[in-house]
Ligand binder design. Structure first.
Ligand code: ZN
Ligand code: ZN
Length: 92
């Protein structure tokens, strides 16, 4: 039995419920993951902060965690669950 992980948004410091849609930005060097709410203002902050970190030479993997109720088997942007309404530009 693992204790539920408390996730906090790196943009607004609010708590993210694991079954709600959210974004994870994983630092591939350290394995540390920054989490953000799926809502547009937190997504925007996520894009800005990730761009800044990428400029510093970091390598990241983006994870999009969909809602536990999302009906799509392989969900992406524009999924049937509407988890991520605002597609954001991600520099890879
Ligand atoms: Zn947030
Ligand atoms: Zn979804």
């Amino acid at each position: 039995m693992s204790r539920p992980r408390v996730i906090r948004c790196a943009a607004c410091a609010g708590r993210i419920k694991p079954h709600h849609p959210h974004i994870g930005v994983e630092d591939l060097e350290t394995g540390k993951e920054f989490s953000y709410h799926a809502r547009p203002d937190c997504q925007k902050r996520c894009a800005e902060e990730t761009a800044t970190r990428l400029e510093a030479g970091k390598v990241y993997a983006m994870h999009h965690y969909h809602s536990s109720t999302c009906p799509d088997a392989a969900p992406g942007f524009g999924c049937a669950g509407g988890c991520f309404d605002t597609p954001m530009a991600v520099a890879n």
